[in-house]
Design a protein around this ligand. Structure first.
Ligand code: ADP
Ligand code: MG
Length: 632
């Protein structure tokens, strides 16, 4: 072995230590995936080299045939994986094999409970990667040299996976990376040609470069030189015809491109010919990655141009609200020296983006139709992100709306399972609106007084309680020609759902109560924009409605939280003339007591709407005063 210089011992970043621990304890029943991860990295390294060599052919150093070699030594109990890809320099080794670069990792790992069963599913959300080598090895050595660097700039990395690692400078004649796993006792089964061959076939058949193993030797006269033999199919999966690709192959390929550990929910593989020529293979992941909401989280597709890898995370091909989609796009129209800047826009990118967007929306529609349970899982993981769609993608608003799922007064508890089509299929005769109510939580609004009249008439109302729902509804004005109506807003007009007699009766009551309306205006003063008779109520005495153009509670809270000044909007006070408390109020001769009672009703209506009181102490005082009088 060559001489080591500049040797140093460094500690793993805390997050790496936590991850290592988590991985070793949660993946023991799935040990063999370490090989998939290492091969996936070797394949990425080959992709990167091929890309860099487009501009600097000298990086190939005469060895343009990229491949991966896998060997083993039964006596030494080692498995060795060697690639002639891009390799790493010393700084890269320290950064990539000593830290985790993903933002939000520390926060995510705070969720670890210490309970191995509970924690083990978190690893799926995180991804596995290089450190999975320690599932089967108690020592891992990496020998690597970056393409283009001098032979003397090789690096030797070594660790027992227990908190620290060593790096030293070595001579390494060939570019690329060799990883030696010293198997733990009990894991010797992996130092076996047959076993390794099977694992490669099972998980890595789709890898586009050849994966070679030593040819099995039989008989006495085995040649002195090792003969290598390719064991995988070694062609880019997406270039093969759909009909020849098995589901398992699609799934394993997803794990490679998606850096995921679990199967995708669905995929769509298409070859487009004609004015534009490209192949796309798009996947819907099965669960949200832990950093879905991080601004810097990786997003976008793997871009190839004529089979040559160009870049990861090409985020120009899909809108932001589909940022969870993983996959590959391979274009024949882009130039090999395309850059992120060039990708920003242009007719080719624009038309690919709009076609790929449609593909994804169609794939989701199909998933919803064919596999409702999988769609439920999808909605749980990514529904909130999809809700950004109507604001971002005007052209596909209707298609996106059809994919949304809501809780509703006719649904099953707080589960978001009702589609707009479901809703409309249950609409009452003469109902030409889609009714909804927004609020902070399902529990808070499921008994809202705003729903009383709807319950009485048997009309379904969608219950929207995600933080962005009110914002979403400001972009979603109609679906299938039916307007959305916020039941807490404006002067509720039930259209044909109210009979002519109903309407006439309402007008008469309003006339009869003009005196009470004036008294209430006097008592509530500046607090209200208007006072009127309500036709939303059956059980409650009063309710606050939001002005037609005013911001709702959710939007106010979002804006206030972001430090913006929100214009003051006064609610409309609506009362239920048939309620005994209102009758009692109407009959109250004492003006002071009338004022107290009206204000209590106003505050109660605010509370029922989920709002907080401006002066809660005053409310309590007024109420207590009444209670004392009652008990006197
Ligand atoms: P990921 O593949 O998701 O980036 P990994 O933990 O699998 O995460 O690998 C970490 C990083 O280490 C890679 O992103 C890459 O930069 C580097 N790396 C790992 N294996 C190799 C290799 N064989 N050749 C070059 N770089 C590698
Ligand atoms: Mg990896």
């Amino acid at each position: 072995m060559s001489v080591e210089t500049q040797k140093e011992t460094l500690g793993f970043q805390t997050e790496v230590k936590q991850l290592l621990h988590l991985m070793i304890h949660s993946l023991y029943s799935n040990k063999e995936i370490f090989l998939r991860e290492l091969i996936s990295n070797a394949s990425d390294a080959a992709d990167k080299l091929r890309f860099e060599a487009l501009a600097k052919p000298e990086l190939l150093e005469g060895g343009a045939e990229l491949k991966i070699r896998l060997s083993f030594d039964k006596d030494a109990k080692t498995v060795t994986l060697e690639d002639n890809g891009i390799g790493m320099n010393r700084d890269e080794v320290i950064a990539h094999l000593g830290t985790i670069a993903k933002s939000g990792t520390a926060d995510f790992l705070k969720n670890l409970s210490g309970d191995q069963k509970k924690d083990s599913h978190l690893i799926g959300q995180f991804g596995v990667g290089f450190y999975s080598a320690f599932i089967v090895a108690d020592q891992v050595e990496v020998f690597t040299r970056r393409a283009g660097a001098a032979a003397s700039e090789g690096v030797h990395w070594s660790s027992k996976g227990e908190g620290e690692f060593e790096v030293a400078s070595i001579d390494k004649a060939e570019r690329g990376t060799r990883i030696v796993l010293h198997l733990k006792s009990g894991e010797e089964e992996f130092a076996d040609g047959w076993r390794l061959r099977n694992i490669v076939k099972k998980y890595s058949d789709h890898i586009a470069l050849p994966i070679e193993l030593p040819k099995e030797q039989h008989g006495e006269d085995a040649p002195a030189e090792v003969e290598w033999e390719t064991v995988n199919r070694a062609s880019a999966l997406w270039t093969r015809p759909r009909t020849e690709i098995k589901d398992e192959e699609y799934q394993e390929f997803y794990k490679h491109v998606g850096h995921d550990f679990e199967n995708p929910l669905s995929w769509s593989h298409n070859k487009v010919e004609g004015k534009l020529e490209y192949t796309s293979l798009l996947y819907v992941p099965g669960r949200a990655p832990f950093d879905l909401y991080h601004r810097e989280a990786p997003k976008g597709l793997k871009l190839y141009v004529q089979r040559v890898f160009i870049m990861d995370q090409a985020d120009q091909f899909l809108p932001l609200y589909l940022r969870f989609i993983k996959g590959v796009v391979d274009s024949n129209d882009l130039s090999l020296n395309v850059s992120r800047e060039i990708l920003q826009s242009g007719p080719v990118i624009d038309s690919m983006k709009s076609a790929l967007t449609k593909r994804v929306l169609d794939m989701l529609e199909k998933l919803a139709k064919d596999k409702p349970d999988d769609y439920k899982a999808f909605w749980k993981a990514f529904g909130q992100v999809l809700k950004e769609g109507p604001a971002e993608d005007f052209a596909n608003k209707e298609k996106i709306a059809a994919l949304l799922r809501f809780a509703s007064t006719a649904g099953e508890g707080d589960e978001q399972s009702v589609s707009l089509a479901d809703y409309l299929s249950r609409a009452k005769d003469g109902q030409d609106k889609i009714y909804y109510l927004t609020g902070e939580s399902y529990a808070q609004i499921k008994n809202s007084p705003h729903l009383e009249v709807f319950r009485k008439k048997g009309i379904e109302v969608l219950l929207l309680t995600d933080r962005i729902d009110e914002w979403l509804m400001s972009y979603l004005t109609e679906f299938d020609g039916k307007q959305f109506v916020d039941v807490a807003r404006g002067d509720l007009d039930l259209g044909k759902l109210d009979s002519e007699e109903d309407k006439k009766a309402q007008e008469e009551v309003a006339k009869a109560k003009e005196g009470l309306i004036e008294r209430l205006k006097g008592a509530l003063g500046e607090q209200v924009a208007e006072v009127r008779v309500s036709h939303r109520l059956t059980d409650s005495p009063a309710i606050l409605a939001i002005g037609e153009q005013d911001l709702g509670l959710q939007m106010r809270q979002i804006l206030e939280a972001s430090g913006q000044k929100v214009p003051d909007a006064k609610p409309i006070f609506e009362f239920n003339p048939a309620h005994p408390l209102i009758e009692r109020l109407d009959a109250e001769p004492d003006e002071d007591r009338f004022t107290d009672l009206s204000r209590i009703l106003f505050d109660q209506a605010a509370l029922a709407a989920g709002d907080s009181l401006k002066d809660p102490a005053a409310y309590v005082q007024r109420l207590n005063k009444l209670l004392v009088e009652l008990s006197a």
